[in-house]
Design a protein around this ligand. Sequence first.
Ligand SMILES: [Fe+2]
Ligand SMILES: [Fe+2]
Length: 242
Amino acid sequence: MTHEVVAAWRAGDIQDTGRSQPPLRPPRAAQPALRAPRDMPRRRINKGTAGRIALLHAIAHIELNAIDLAWDIIARFTDDDLPVAFYDDWIGVAGEEAKHFQLLSERLAGFGTRYGDFPVHDGLWDAADQTCGDLIARLAIAPLLLEARGLDVTPGMIAKLESVDDTDSAAVLAIIYHDEIGHVATGMRWFLWVAEQRSLAPKAAYQEMVKRYFKSPLKPPFNTDAREAANFPADWYEPLGR
Ligand SMILES: [Fe+2]
Ligand SMILES: [Fe+2]
């Protein structure tokens, strides 16, 4: 469905973004079962396939939520009178998140399993819930905290997958990693735009949003190279690390 809407948008078949409120939570299928984060098993990447399947399944769940997050930012903040470039950017992000979900689904199929076969962590939408009232909060927490965190941890996962010769899974994560630098850059671009509209100092506004909506300190080490490639300056987030 995401690919259909992306294609329709790019063909100019959608002229108006409308003004209806999306649901607070995206609808979910009966499978996978949802569990509290503390009840999720730990994943180990080794020669056995169980840990890798669990990892790929968990990332597929993150990507499914990322598809919904992209559509949610498009649909929810229409009162901000956003320019058409905002929709171009986030529709592009939605398309890439759908591609990520599909690539992971293909890897899961290679292991004889599929998304939905294992329980998933139910906390992923919490950040979206908490920031549903304010676009600048959503931008601070979704792309500029959670997706940026993905940049910190993904290279280590790729290296571990390569170390057990799972080059196919490593290649999927490498595609995701590359695209996610662009998503953080997109988040940064629109964070700066909204900050300017509201006459806010952007670094201070970011730090205030993180303190307000993300209660724990950020977790170093940060991937400053990838974050820099996304135009995300270290002096915004380093003071928030523990
Ligand atoms: Fe993604
Ligand atoms: Fe993303």
